[in-house]
Design a protein. Structure first.
Length: 180
C-alpha cells in the first residue's frame, strides 16, 4: 500500500461522501462531484474520515491507491473551496472578452479565437488581459486553462502570448546577439 493512501481523508463540516459499488459521490456547499473507482479498491467511511484500501484478491499497483486517494481528496477540497487558475495575456493589442458562453480572444491573428466555456466553470476577465478560471473540478479547471494557453503559448524571444500568472518564461537571445 502506498504511504499516501494510508492517511485517512478528513471530511470538513458540510461535506457528505456516499459510497455505492464502484462510485463515490462527494457533496458539499459548492456542488457535487462523482468518481468511478477501479476494481480492487474499496472505501470505508468512519465518522468524519474516509479510508481507502486495496482488496487482497485483486492485483493492483500501489500507485493506483495513491492516485485515487488524491482524486477523492481533490473532490473534497473542490466542493468546499473550489479551484482557480489565472492566465495573463501579454502582447500589444491582446485582449479577452466573454460573449455569451464563449471566451473571445484577440491575439493578433487575422481571425478572433472563440472557445466554448464548459457549464461547470466560471470565467472572469480583469482589465481585458487577466483571465480567471474557477470551478469545483480540479481536472476540468486545469484542462480548460491548458486549452486557453494552447491557443497562443508564450514565445521565447519577446515573451508574447498567454501564460499562467506564476509562470516564468526564459527568454532567448535573438540572431543579432548570437553572432557577436
Amino acid at each position: 500500500m502506498s504511504r499516501l493512501a494510508k492517511k485517512p481523508m478528513l471530511l470538513p463540516k458540510g461535506v457528505d461522501v456516499t459510497i455505492s459499488d464502484k462510485n463515490v459521490h462527494v457533496k458539499g456547499p459548492k456542488g457535487t462531484l462523482s468518481l468511478d473507482l477501479p476494481e480492487g479498491i474499496e472505501l470505508t467511511k468512519e465518522d468524519n474520515k474516509v479510508l481507502i484500501n486495496a482488496i487482497e484478491s485483486v492485483e493492483l499497483e500501489k500507485a493506483m491507491l495513491g492516485l485515487h486517494r488524491a482524486l477523492i481528496q481533490n473532490a473534497i477540497i473542490g466542493v468546499v473551496q473550489g479551484f482557480e487558475k489565472k492566465l495573463q495575456l501579454i502582447g500589444v493589442g491582446y485582449r479577452a472578452a466573454i460573449k455569451g458562453t464563449k471566451l473571445d480572444l484577440q491575439l493578433g491573428f487575422s481571425h478572433p479565437c472563440e472557445i466554448e466555456i464548459p457549464s461547470q466553470l466560471k470565467v472572469d476577465i480583469d482589465k481585458n488581459t487577466t483571465i480567471t478560471i474557477t470551478g469545483i473540478d480540479k481536472k476540468l479547471v486545469g484542462h480548460f486553462a491548458a486549452i486557453v494557453r494552447g491557443v497562443k503559448p508564450p514565445e521565447p524571444y519577446k515573451g508574447k502570448g498567454i501564460r499562467y500568472i506564476d509562470e516564468f518564461v526564459r527568454k532567448k537571445a535573438g540572431k543579432a546577439a548570437k553572432g557577436k
